[in-house]
Design a protein around this ligand. Structure first.
Ligand code: ADP
Ligand code: MG
Length: 267
């Protein structure tokens, strides 16, 4: 059975340590929720696991079925079975979704990719016209999220890190996309690390384990009831107890030129 094991993961960005020792183990078919307040390092965790550049890994390991992923380029991690559904999916002008997925599948079944894309699009209510258009260009936030789910459905990875699935999705879209991913966990043994600041997504994608993430590491783990506690009490207990990275005081505020200008409203 496949497992994704994260041990003692520490990483910094722009000279500041954001991940301070993350330990997590996700088995095939399981959904692990990582819940934490804004700016606690959840997206940093997603990016470091997936292999996005710009982060310094200071220690620890990320193993998929025993294979060390740290040090591999992002595409090799994808080839090993890892998928990242981004919080703010990137536009790729000039490359159609069909071309991107055909290249990614890269096997004799490549010819059937268009057919698989149509099936997946129908399942999550994604308009067919987007399949031949450049990836995410001029798509709304919700359409981009559906696009991520479509890619996950077609590629069929072993593990998916899903960063803030519900941001930008309306109620119906969240139901379709959540149900699609839940189905992959039940029928295809997909393991999921569902990173989120709110439990809205859990109506459709049901977590087996919930982890509280604050101060750059897991502070507590429990069953789904922990998400209800967090919803009722907020994160104050952890953010109060744990020294936070020195907010942005004394440093230049970071603005991601590729980020969503409304990020603060969504995370
Ligand atoms: P979350 O997803 O939990 O809201 P992030 O992982 O996006 O948090 O960010 C954690 C912290 O790291 C924030 O204080 C953020 O401003 C900072 N940060 C993230 N990326 C960068 C970067 N490229 N340069 C500088 N600071 C960054
Ligand atoms: Mg985030």
């Amino acid at each position: 059975m496949s497992t994704l094991v994260i041990e003692g993961l520490r990483a910094s960005v722009a000279g500041r340590e954001i991940l301070t020792g993350v330990d997590l183990e996700v088995a095939a078919g399981e959904v692990h929720a990582v819940m934490g307040p804004n700016g606690s390092g959840k997206s940093t965790l997603a990016h470091v696991v997936a292999g996005r550049g710009g982060y310094d890994v200071l220690g620890g390991s990320v193993r998929l079925d025993g294979t060390e992923l740290l040090g591999m380029p992002a595409w090799r991690r994808a080839e090993a079975g890892l998928f990242l559904a981004m919080q703010y999916p990137t536009e790729v002008p000039g490359v159609s979704l069909l071309d991107m997925l055909t290249e990614s599948v890269c096997t004799p079944e490549g010819a059937a990719v268009a057919e698989r894309m149509s099936e997946e699009a129908a399942r999550i209510g994604f308009e067919e016209k987007f399949l031949e258009r450049p990836v995410n260009v001029d798509l709304s936030g919700g359409e981009r999220k559906r696009n991520e789910a479509l890619q996950l459905g077609v590629l069929g990875p072993a593990f998916a890190v899903i960063d803030e699935l519900d941001s930008g999705l309306d109620i119906d879209a969240l139901r379709f996309v959540g149900a699609r991913i839940e189905d992959a966990t039940t029928h295809d043994g997909l393991g999921v690390l569902a990173i989120t600041h709110s439990s809205r997504v859990f109506d459709h994608l049901r977590p087996d384990t919930v982890h509280v993430f604050a101060g750059g590491r897991i502070q507590q783990s429990g069953g789904p009831e922990l998400a209800d506690e967090l919803e009722a009490e907020g994160y104050e207990r952890w953010t109060g107890a744990v020294p936070q990275p020195d907010s942005d005081a004394g440093t230049t505020p970071f603005t991601d030129p590729f980020g969503d200008p409304f990020a603060d409203l969504l995370t």
